[in-house]
Design a protein around this ligand. Structure first.
Ligand SMILES: Nc1ncnc2c1ncn2[C@@H]1O[C@H](COP(=O)(O)OP(=O)(O)OP(=O)(O)O)[C@@H](O)[C@H]1O
Ligand SMILES: [Mg+2]
Length: 603
């Protein structure tokens, strides 16, 4: 009985796994329901215009037939002048053309507006989900993958949306209308055409779908070439310094050759389309002309009917071709929507609890209690770490590379959560506070002093939105950055460049420090914040910081041990645990790991 139960359960699990297959196509419906429906009015206008276009198009063939019959009468022996009814007919054809082009214009504008608005929403939601979601997700995946979702997937959704909105109504209505008029004019010829048509156009449609698949592959490869190019231009310094020009040229050349190979494949298929149309169309025309000559001679049909039917076919042909590839485009859009929804739907693992408190006017005490932590890739970074820091205290974290120092800051900011143990601020687990208020109470200078592509002043002001220029300058002075900033071309308005590339490593660090200082947070986290400074500048920064840090909790990570000599307490981390702890003098006296490290640096 038990085994029967578990077998059943397993079967259920397996079938529910399989159900995720068909669900992929449902993304397209979800896309329409959730993303396009809010912009329904644009699509209603678009569809109205499409209907007008279709009616005008469908009437073409019939009007043509009437005109040809009028012309035939004219050619007869007894008529002298053109009857006004014929003039009217010709005028109506002109009117139908004008109506068709106007409604086509309206349809394109309205549908594009609707689709574009939906796309903006999708992109914004995607970006919001990534930006507000778990830090772990962003840092684990390749950034290129996310970028392509914004560009390639969104393009596929746009294509699908536009094609569905533009071609579906217009195509189906036009084809129905055209078929009706064709049957009215000459049902025998229409039946024959319906039989011949698939033979002529089938190969073209399947070729079209193959071209789409191949150009998609080519598209993906463009992305690879683009990232190769940007990578090699960004790393120009390393390329030159290591003499890697030949190596890079080889890589680029292979990319270009592959690109042209894929491109040629697409072109070969595409080049076949017109000749195929030419030959099948020509053969069909010959057959139908012969048949019609025979039928007209027999009195079975008229020239007017023939011209009308051919005119109707000419109007309907492009619509049929578009409908033929519509399914493929929609499928691609569905797959792209699938990937986009996967991003939008992802629930962050780390989020505010329902009963989360706001951490206001924090005193700034910090405690790690037997914290174990592993990164998502499995690397064990902390293995039972315990230490504390009281308000007003400056505590240094030192230890070998990879000991887990930066990880301490990641956990304190709750970018990750410990596997066990707890990280506490002001006596409560950090999970008891809202993430926003916890992070408002902390100011971090990260190991890779990262600036945004904006002015120096703007980069500092990011520490506290809305800070005045005076406050910005004050923070810059405290970070010993004011003088060099004034020396930059443009001073505080000088652009920092992409990731701060216009500035030296030490300058970037001091601007990051100013950004942290302006935040006025009770907990200051400095991860190698002055490692790129010369000894004199570092001493200056430290003197200024000592004043600032007086009534704050400051955690300092530094490899250069002279930096941390004056800390109230030094905690030596080794392999994710505290190896020793005390003041500089205590630790030197004890003669452990710290003393070894100091001696190594002095020698
Ligand atoms: N994002 C990450 N994903 C996976 N593993 C990581 C990640 N960041 C750090 N680690 C691993 O966690 C361990 C501790 O890293 P951490 O960055 O805390 O070291 P650290 O003491 O700051 O070193 P350093 O002095 O070199 O900056 C290392 O073994 C590292 O490989
Ligand atoms: Mg580190």
């Amino acid at each position: 009985m038990r085994t029967g139960c578990s077998t059943l359960k397993r079967a259920l699990i397996i079938t529910s796994d399989m159900a995720s297959g068909p669900e992929r196509t449902h993304s397209l419906f979800r896309l329409i329901k959730e993303r396009f429906r809010p912009h329904l009015r644009w699509f209603v206008i678009g569809t109205g215009c499409a209907a007008v276009t279709a009616v005008a198009a469908a009437s073409y063939g019939y009007l043509l037939k009437l005109v040809v019959e009028g012309l035939e009468d004219l050619a007869g022996p007894q008529t002298a002048s053109v009857p006004s009814s014929l003039w009217w007919l010709i005028g109506i054809i002109g009117l139908a053309a004008a109506l068709r082009s106007l409604s086509l214009y309206g349809m394109t504008l309205a549908n594009n507006t609707g689709v574009q608005r939906a796309i903006v929403d999708i992109q914004a939601d995607q970006f919001a989900s990534l930006t507000e979601g778990d830090f772990a997700r962003l840092s684990a995946d390749r950034s290129g993958g996310f970028v392509s979702r914004f560009i390639n997937d969104v393009n596929a959704i746009r294509d699908a949306g536009l094609r569905l909105a533009n071609n579906l109504t217009k195509g189906v209505l036009t084809v129905i209308g055209v078929l009706i008029t064709m049957f009215i004019m000459d049902w025998k010829l229409t039946l024959i055409l319906l039989l011949v048509y698939p033979i002529a156009f089938g190969p073209v449609i399947s070729l079209g779908n193959r071209v789409r698949k191949r150009s998609k592959r080519a598209q993906k490869q463009i992305g690879e070439v683009a990232s190769l190019l940007s990578e090699s231009f960004q790393s120009a310094r390393v390329v030159k310094a290591y003499g890697l020009e030949e190596y890079q040229k080889g890589r680029a050349k292979r990319g270009f050759v592959e690109r042209s190979r894929l491109f040629l494949k697409v072109l070969t298929d595409r080049a076949a389309v017109d000749p195929i149309l030419e030959i099948t169309g020509g053969l069909a025309l010959v057959g139908i002309l012969a048949l019609t000559a025979w039928r007209i001679a027999d009195g079975d049909t008229s020239l007017g009917n023939f011209v009308g039917v051919i005119g109707a076919v000419a109007v309907a042909a492009p619509e049929v071709r578009a409908l033929g590839t519509l399914n493929a485009v929609a499928q691609e859009g569905g797959a792209a929507a699938d990937r986009v929804f996967e991003i939008i739907d992802a629930e962050p693992q780390i989020k505010d609890r329902a009963d989360a408190r706001t951490l206001e006017n924090a005193r700034g005490s910090v405690e790690f209690r037997d914290v174990h932590f592993a990164y998502p890739d499995g690397s064990q970074a902390l293995k039972g770490l315990s230490f504390s820091a009281s308000p007003g205290e400056t505590v240094a974290l030192v230890g070998p590379s990879g000991a887990g120092k930066s990880t301490v800051f990641n956990l304190l900011l709750r970018l990750y959560e410990p596997v066990s143990g707890s990280v506490m601020v002001d006596g409560s687990d950090v999970r008891a506070y809202t993430g926003a208020s916890l992070r408002r109470s902390t100011a971090l200078v990260a190991q890779e002093a990262l600036l945004f592509d904006d002015t120096v002043a703007a980069n500092i002001a990011l520490g506290r939105m809305g800070a005045s220029l005076e406050e910005i300058k004050g923070a810059a002075r405290a970070a010993s950055a004011h003088d060099f900033i004034l020396g930059l071309p443009g001073g505080y308005e000088a652009p920092c460049g992409e990731m701060g590339r216009n500035l030296s490593g030490g300058q970037r660090q001091r601007i990051s420090l100013a950004r942290a200082i302006i935040r006025q947070a009770p907990i200051l986290l400095l991860d190698e914040a002055t490692s790129a400074l010369d000894a004199e500048s570092e001493a200056k920064v430290q003197a200024a910081l000592a004043e600032y840090a007086k009534d704050r909790t400051t955690l300092v990570i530094a490899h250069r041990l002279s930096t941390v000599r004056s800390a109230d307490r030094i905690i030596v981390l080794d392999d994710g645990r505290v190896a020793e702890e005390g003041t500089h003098h205590d630790l030197i006296r004890e003669g452990g790991l710290y003393k070894q490290l100091v001696e190594l640096q002095l020698s």
